[in-house]
Design a protein around this ligand. Structure first.
Ligand code: HEC
Ligand code: HEC
Length: 577
């Protein structure tokens, strides 16, 4: 084992001990009746800083425990067993201690601290018994930089204390220390200096609202993550590769090709190919798949409208009545581990089958369709070319689904002005748009749900889970009545999931109006107005389980218009189809 690996394991061990020690001290303080509120608050903040010192390793190597330690303070339901996971950890405790320490929560706080102690034991057992490899250290460290810029600096895990800058400093310092173990022939000097500059920037800009996130990312964080990859190459570290959404060799989150469109394909054989895409494109616009022979996917997902239809809701296929939900965009839809507003399916293949067979959408039959397609000589040849195998004498329904899925996987466009700016083109965004980005990532809290850089609920930096939230969308604009659509609750009958909806992307939101699952808002101004008042709660809708913070954001008209200007920089450049 190289010496770096042993040293890193020892360092993590000590950091976990220090975290455990602080948990014990905090428990002592909470139990004692003589310790002041200020001291409890201070100890809590120190405890979280202690966690941040090994967060890079904890999140990478022991994710399940880390979710209990620093996961969002909401109930989660694990499928398929429907196992309910109660909220626990630092974020729950933050709610007991800030803004004002609630002594009534003393018992619960102690329960939480005891649970944390068990988590520490798990960490200790884990780090004592595994071998950490150098390539994993580089991978985990780079993901930590991505974690800092996507959630760390947004207030995602410290919504009440907003101590993002000091916590970011703690994470960066520990990365600096990790790389000092790789400083053969001073090769890591440059990286260490880069991290040092990032730390200094945080030190001189401690205030949450005025912290210039764009500058931090472009001038400091992107160079650091790039240098981590370069150092790994220089040291010739052997990397083991695996199929995941964020490519392992991406130097920044904004590289062209950083995201792998095949990550959520059912298996290797269903990856995209040019022939499948061409076939899928044809099927997408062909009414041959529908029962009436009149409707295609394109009837609702129109290429000229970023694959939406501009309607509040489209009609049921026999034209009587409306569908339940607004048509979402398909641009970048492939970059989601689950689909539909209630995340009821896990792949584009399952999704197209369900739409074709839906009596309301296309009312088709896959069995009939594949027979029709095989009889058509042109389609037959295309299927033979796209899915070749010996003695092929029919079409498998999966091939139809995979061809359409491949076409949707080809609709990934991370090429907006925002992406260009992040890749170094300084003229791609103006000052208002940059201000809008900083508000989106900071004061307006948008990025605590619409996570950069996909600006959807796909949770960075692992990008394997899609978040849902309860924001309280009304049935009509301005009305204090919740939309009757139960969202995720329709799939998972657990109270906390009622009105829980997938967080859609805001990329291309200039074109996806009307907005929300029910198309209730017709402009972005209305959408932001809704958030500015605290979502449903601001309209007088009282949901026990609203997960959007109910406080008003205090955005001015200028700030709102800057956020909208920023959202418009997320428009993809889509070639005409
Ligand atoms: C009648 C209109 C209509 C037709 C036709 C239609 N869709 Fe949709 N599509 C929708 C609506 C509405 C939703 C959202 C439904 C929900 O979330 O419950 C949707 C959702 C989707 C999604 C999920 C997107 C996401 O991000 O969650 C995909 C992918 C999709 N459709 C692809 C297709 C394909 C492929 C076809 C043709 C086989 C098709 N659709 C035909 C209206 C339509
Ligand atoms: C607590 C999480 C959360 C926060 C914070 C949040 N959103 Fe959302 N956003 C959602 C969810 C969930 C939906 C879908 C709700 C639905 O369809 O009912 C959504 C939908 C949207 C949509 C509609 C997209 C479409 O094509 O229909 C836009 C635009 C949007 N949000 C912008 C913003 C902006 C701007 C902010 C900051 C001011 C923000 N969001 C803050 C969770 C959040």
């Amino acid at each position: 084992m190289p010496p770096s690996e042993k040293l890193i394991e020892q360092t993590i061990g000590k950091q976990v001990d220090s975290f455990a020690g602080l948990c014990t001290r905090l428990r002592g303080a909470v139990e004692s009746d003589t310790v002041s509120e200020e001291q409890i608050k201070d100890l809590f903040l120190q405890t979280r800083i202690a966690y941040k010192r090994f967060e890079w390793a904890a999140e990478y190597f022991v994710p399940a425990t880390s979710r209990l330690v620093n996961g969002p303070p909401v109930q989660e339901v694990e499928m398929p067993e429907m196992q309910v996971i109660e909220p626990a950890g630092l974020q729950v405790m933050e709610g007991f201690i800030f803004p004002k320490y609630d002594a009534q929560k003393k018992k619960e706080l102690i329960v939480q601290l005891n649970l944390l102690k068990l988590d520490c034991d798990r960490y200790q057992t884990f780090f004592r018994n595994i071998d950490i490899f150098d390539w994993q250290v580089f991978d985990a460290a780079k993901l930590e930089v991505f974690r800092l810029i996507t959630t760390g600096i947004t207030g995602f895990d410290n919504p009440l204390t907003l101590k993002s800058t000091s916590e970011t400093i703690a994470s960066l310092e520990s990365l600096q220390r990790v790389f000092s173990y790789f400083n053969e022939n001073n090769m890591a000097d440059y990286l260490e200096r880069g991290i040092e500059s990032a730390i200094i920037f945080c030190r001189i800009n401690p205030d949450f609202n005025s912290f210039n996130r764009m500058e931090f990312i472009v001038r400091y964080a992107n160079p650091v993550s790039s240098e981590i990859t370069s150092l790994e190459e220089k040291l010739k570290i052997h990397v083991i590769r695996y199929n995941r959404l964020l490519n392992q060799d991406a130097k920044t989150l904004f590289d062209t090709g950083a995201f792998n469109v095949n990550a959520y394909a059912p298996d290797h054989s269903s990856f995209i190919s040019d022939k499948k895409i061409a076939l899928g494109k044809k099927l997408f616009s062909d009414p041959i798949l529908s029962g009436t022979g009149k409707r295609s996917c394109q009837s609702c997902h129109q290429p000229a409208r970023v694959f939406t239809d501009g309607l509040v809701k489209n009609t049921i296929i026999d034209q009587k009545g409306l569908l339940e939900r607004n048509t979402p965009t398909l641009i970048n839809a492939a970059l989601q581990p689950a689909l539909f507003y209630d995340l009821r399916v896990n792949s584009l293949e399952d999704q197209s089958l369900s739409v074709v067979q839906s009596s309301r959408e296309m009312h088709g039959s896959m069995i009939l369709s594949v027979k029709r397609l095989w009889k058509d000589t042109i389609y037959r040849q295309q299927f033979l070319d796209a899915f070749p195998y010996e003695d092929k004498n029919s079409i498998d329904t999966f091939e139809v689904m995979n061809a359409i899925g491949s076409y949707i996987r080809s609709l990934v466009y991370l090429n907006s002005r925002f992406d260009e700016y992040m890749r170094g083109s300084k003229s791609a965004m103006n000052a208002d748009e940059i201000n809008g980005f900083n508000l989106f990532m900071g004061k307006a809290k948008c990025a605590t749900c619409h996570f950069m850089p996909l600006f959807s609920g796909v949770f960075p930096p692992r990008f394997i889970k899609m978040e849902m939230e309860v924001i309280g969308v009304p049935v009509k604009r301005g009305v204090n009545k919740i939309d009757p659509d139960e969202g995720r609750y329709g799939i998972v009958k657990v109270e906390s999931q009622r009105h829980d909806f997938k967080i859609p992307t805001v990329r291309n939101a200039s074109f996806t109006a009307p907005y929300m699952h029910n198309g209730v808002f017709s402009t972005l101004d209305q959408v932001i107005g809704f958030y500015n008042k605290g979502g449903g709660s601001g309209l007088g809708i009282h949901l026990e389980n609203q997960t959007l913070p109910t406080d008003t954001l205090g955005l001015t008209a200028k700030e709102t218009s800057d956020i909208i200007a920023f959202i418009k920089t997320l428009d993809s450049k889509i070639p005409t189809h």
